[in-house]
Design a protein around this ligand. Structure first.
Ligand code: ZN
Length: 441
């Protein structure tokens, strides 16, 4: 490794540490907010994200029909607790917003424990953790608590209060569009509907927001559309409002759970062979290739984007896959679980995806009969006979060999096993030397 390369790497590491710290700070600000699929929590979250990039805030009225769904009433919560006869709050929404089942209807009653029990959710296998539960589409109410605390509840009467409102209002989502040099678009989206869950919500919001800030400061070939919408119903609202222009989307990623140290795990689009699916095979995160999963109709909003009526080229990127880590949908998915270095490596990986999309092209070898002589063009070591060939020499040879007009740089990276950046650099040098032109498609 020469000195210049070392210097660049050190600078990259330093920059990654900075972005990791900034990402974690943003996650920390978003974490305490009580988000749900509607309500003030989503607006408060978008207001914080708007400090970094201009976000268009869209409001969709309750009752609006979106495909087979109806936008629900807006949920507002002010307070919620379970109080024992001795006046002790045994469960208190003010201590953790996970204690309240999201979308709980209002309650203000004294009741015996026997009547309260069916409304309490716990995790017997993880007795110290509070689970995360919702009741969006059936009117109900409930509390979540640590199983250990639940077992300690004494028989008797309890005062139960849920000071909430379910009333006509709006569903809120945020959208950022950064125009590119062409009309083609890349869709990047994260859900915005979970309360205090750091990895499964705040990490995706933070990474995409700071990514939007970077992309807003440079010229791009593609337009970049960022969507911060409540799961399912928010994505459906956006799809419903943009149905006539979805054919502009060439590539898309749903981003979730990108703050832990696992993975990366990538779930392919429904198409399975979309460019984004191939790009995700070529990039790495913290030096690791992604575990590639085939599409399945369960998960995040790729379910909606990849429904057969749309079939968009959108995959799901995660570090640890949802449902596979013990912290998932519990109070252990907290600020200690997500780490700056993991947020930074996820950020870097998505930046690499963007760089591949932006810089991929299809070269044509203008001197295809035999190998062109690289040595006299300064592209080949003057002394022959080395036992091994350097990666950069191999990159020149692969590019020249595969540049028959049928392969893009991405195809070459996959077939050669070399990093996309090496292939792209080699192609640039070969083009400068007049050995490559751009293939006409
Ligand atoms: Zn979730």
């Amino acid at each position: 490794m020469n000195e210049a390369a070392w210097f660049d790497e050190a600078r990259l590491t330093e920059a990654a540490a900075d972005i990791g710290g900034e990402l974690h700070a943003l996650v920390s600000r978003l974490y305490p907010i009580c988000r749900s699929i509607t309500g003030a929590g989503v607006r408060d979250t978008l207001a914080i994200l708007s400090e970094h990039v201009d976000i268009a805030v869209r409001e969709v009225p309750s009752g609006t029909q979106v495909f087979d769904w109806t936008v629900p009433q807006e949920w507002t919560v002010r307070d919620a607790y379970i109080c024992s006869a001795s006046g002790k709050r045994v469960v208190d929404f003010a201590r953790s917003n996970l204690h309240l089942v999201s979308y709980s209807a209002p309650v203000a009653r004294r009741m015996p424990l026997s009547e309260l029990r069916p409304h309490i959710h716990t995790l017997p296998d993880q007795p110290d953790l509070i689970p995360y539960r919702t009741s969006y589409y059936s009117r109900d109410w409930g509390f979540c608590m640590a199983h250990r605390d639940y077992l300690a509840l004494e028989e008797g009467e309890y005062d139960v209060l849920i000071d909430s409102t379910l009333a006509d209002g709006t569903l809120t989502y945020g959208e950022v569009f950064l125009p590119g040099a062409t009309e083609r678009e890349v869709l990047l989206t994260a859900h915005i509907c979970h309360p205090s869950l750091a990895n499964d919500n705040c990490s995706g919001l933070a990474v995409l927001t700071l990514l939007a800030r970077v992309l807003a400061g440079r010229r791009n070939r593609f337009g970049y559309r960022f969507l911060f919408a409540p799961g399912t119903i928010g994505a459906l609202c956006w799809l419903s409002g943009n149905e006539g222009r979805l054919d502009r989307i060439d590539h898309g990623l749903v981003v979730s759970c990108v703050g832990d140290g696992g993975g990366p795990v990538y779930k392919r689009s429904r198409r399975g062979d979309a460019t984004i699916d191939r790009v995700m095979e070529a990039v790495r995160c913290a030096g690791r290739k992604a575990t590639m999963l085939d599409f399945s109709p369960y998960g995040y909003d790729e379910r909606q984007f990849c429904s057969p009526g749309f079939d968009l080229p959108v995959g799901l990127l995660q570090r640890s896959a949802f449902g596979t880590f013990p912290e998932y949908h519990t109070s252990a998915d907290d600020l200690a679980f997500v780490r700056p270095e993991h947020l930074a490596s996820s950020f870097r990986m998505i930046m690499d995806v963007v760089d591949v999309l932006e810089t991929d092209w299809r070269p044509l070898n203008l001197s295809p009969k035999g190998e062109p002589q690289l040595g006299r063009r300064g592209l080949y070591s003057a002394t022959g006979g080395h036992k091994t060939t350097s990666d950069i020499t191999m990159a020149y040879l692969w590019v020249l060999n595969l540049a028959d007009g049928g392969n893009s740089l991405l195809d070459m990276a996959r077939r050669s096993g070399l990093p996309f950046s090496d292939i792209a650099h080699a192609a640039m040098r070969l083009r400068e030397c007049g050995l490559l032109g751009e293939a006409q498609i």
